[in-house]
Design a protein around this ligand. Sequence first.
Ligand code: COA
Length: 181
Amino acid sequence: MTVYIETERLRLRDWREEDLLPFQQMNANRQVRRYFPSLLSYKRSEYDMMKMNEVIQAHDIGLFAVELKETSGWLGFIGLNYVPEESKYTFAELPFYEIGWRLIPEVWGNGFATEGATAVLNYAKDLGLEEVYAFTSENNEASRKVMEKIGMKHFDYFEYPDLSKYHPLKRHVRYYKDLKR
Ligand SMILES: CC(C)(COP(=O)(O)OP(=O)(O)OC[C@H]1O[C@@H](n2cnc3c(N)ncnc32)[C@H](O)[C@@H]1OP(=O)(O)O)[C@@H](O)C(=O)NCCC(=O)NCCS
């Protein structure tokens, strides 16, 4: 196991085989996926977990598995996702790193996302990253709150690709953090 970031209560590390089932269950949970267009199949989650681990191992940066130090229990993920120039997005600022998080509902509201994401921003800064973006559905209040609590500023609104014009999640919001300051 490689631990990349440690905070007071959390370890952000690479992924382990035993994370797979809880990761699959989290991605198939309607409450967790409320602000996403669909649930994820177990097969898709397996693929995503493998990819996240490959990226972490190759670049030391990525979407890290999060575990609670006190119990070693798996809580979800927090980290950075590289959004390349050739992607479904049309942002003028591409490529960039996006910070993101997804935790199991049992632990929401304890400040874990804020704690982990703050440490990820410091880690990104130490690695020389100059800026980070974040985005979510406009009405995902919890996620927006985390963005604000870690010092990100509202940047713009955009229409999420792949969704029909009238889809309730169509309107997204983007936040930004300048790591040079
Ligand atoms: C977003 C998420 C990671 C937040 O995790 P968390 O550990 O509960 O976050 P924190 O406790 O650090 O902070 C959440 C903040 O949002 C607030 N919040 C939670 N639900 C809220 C709501 N419906 N409306 C307004 N604020 C809300 C909390 O009160 C807290 O703020 P506070 O500390 O000032 O009280 C978690 O809700 C989650 O995994 N959601 C599902 C996946 C998801 O939507 N990911 C983001 C996609 S971009």
